[in-house]
Write a protein that binds this ligand. Structure first.
Ligand SMILES: Cc1ncc(COP(=O)(O)O)c(C=O)c1O
Length: 389
């Protein structure tokens, strides 16, 4: 590395390149590409959400605004949570952020600094570990167990990783990439143990609406938490309302942290544009049908892909219970980066390498099935052709 990068902070210099983006960059220009590698669907943000943003823009909502989010949006968040979880919430428990990613960053800034440790399950979405590293703290991955019935988390093993430096546990359910959904008992057990040790929980529940067993949503830490619990909830408008490019999300956190979180927002983005927040209000208040439509579509996508891949004896996976990814293994390959590059080169189907999600993801590929059945059928056909070579 030359002198200029070497003069930067080690933590900045060593922030890892996203293993997903690496493969995307390798083949993004391919003509016949079917891109199933990133975590988004193919539907455009619905009209009623876009219109709310136009209205805000036309009304001149282009000035600096509340750091914590405009009161109307925070109220809409409280109402949305009250509907989802069947109990009262107040607007003081919600902070609007410039993406779920920023909610995660602020959560980590709140709890972990130089020399601290944050425990997470492995595989997991890689950005959490990267943010922990940038803060000068250490991410401690705890492998999940794979069986054809599903992925599982060994809670004893997770808490065996606790040291005097541990500050927080990250739990993402429904999980990107595995599709694992933690049951209420698991969440309760994690919370009980974290309470005893005084640890924070970072609850990443961005896929809570994407579940495939007929329930309206996944179990949440909100179902088991009590006042005073040390939980920070990461959430986003990206997935539920097809708003990945907007960059708007929220952090759920105890009201007592209000001023601290406000300050952290001030010293990062200084808030989210007012007109974008209008769109977010429309999404929360009028977007339930759209979410249901997306979940139905993703469920059909999962079935379609699995029916085709089931014809191959070279593929192994656990049916995803939630989120919108199939995380599968192709027998005979153990370098998922090379495999993802080979597959995209030879078939034009873009998949994310499992290694990008942690050591336990090596050997797997992640396929996003939140897409049209036409694209998925074509991708499945190409993959089947490749697998039967
Ligand atoms: C598990 C998980 N958490 C958080 C996010 C952040 O989403 P965004 O930054 O688009 O709001 C993502 C996005 O892929 C995710 O998969």
């Amino acid at each position: 590395m030359n002198e200029l990068p070497m003069s930067l902070r080690k933590e900045a210099r060593e922030a890892p390149e996203s293993g997903i983006v690496e493969v995307v960059n390798f083949a993004r220009e391919r003509e016949d590409l079917i891109p199933l590698w990133v975590g988004e669907g193919d539907l455009k943000t619905p009209d009623f959400i876009r219109e709310a943003a136009y209205l805000g823009l036309d009304a001149g909502e282009t000035f600096y605004t509340y750091q914590r989010g405009i009161p109307e949006l925070r109220r809409a968040l409280a109402d949305y949570h009250s509907r989802q979880y069947g109990r009262g919430f107040t607007q003081e428990e919600f902070y609007v952020t410039g993406s779920g990613m920023q909610a995660m960053q602020i959560a980590i800034q709140c709890v972990a600094g130089v020399g601290d440790e944050v425990i997470l399950h492995d595989p997991a979405w890689p950005n959490l570990a990267a943010v922990v590293g940038i803060m000068g703290a250490r991410a401690v991955p705890v492998p999940m167990r794979f069986s054809a019935d599903g992925w599982s988390l060994d809670i004893d093993r997770m808490f065996d990783a606790v040291t005097p430096r541990t500050r927080a546990i990250y739990l993402n359910s429904p999980c990107n990439p595995t599709g694992w959904v933690a049951g209420r008992e698991t969440l309760k057990a994690v919370l009980d143990r974290a309470r005893q040790l005084g640890l924070w929980i970072i609850a990443d529940e961005v896929y809570s609406r994407f579940v495939y067993g007929g329930e309206a949503r996944a179990p949440s830490f909100y179902d088991v938490a009590e006042k005073g619990d040390r939980i920070l909830y990461v959430n986003t408008f990206s997935k539920n309302w097809a708003m990945t490019g907007w960059r708007i999300g929220w952090l759920g956190a105890p009201a007592e942290l209000g001023q601290i979180i406000e300050n952290l927002i001030q010293y990062s983005t200084s808030g989210v544009a007012g007109f974008m927040q209008r769109a977010a209000i429309a999404a929360l208040n009028d977007g339930d049908n759209f979410v249901e439509e997306q979940v139905t579509r993703a469920k059909a996508g999962s079935t379609l892909i699995r029916e085709v891949l089931d014809n191959s004896e070279r593929v192994e996976y656990a049916p995803p219970q939630g989120a919108f990814y199939l995380f599968f293994k192709v027998m005979g390959f153990d370098d998922s980066r090379e495999l993802a590059k080979t597959i995209v080169s030879q078939t034009g189907v873009g998949l994310a390498p499992g290694a990008a999600f942690g050591p336990a993801g090596e050997g797997y590929l992640r396929l996003c099935f939140a897409r049209s059945s036409r694209d998925l059928a074509q991708a499945a056909e190409r993959l089947q052709g490749w697998l039967s070579r």
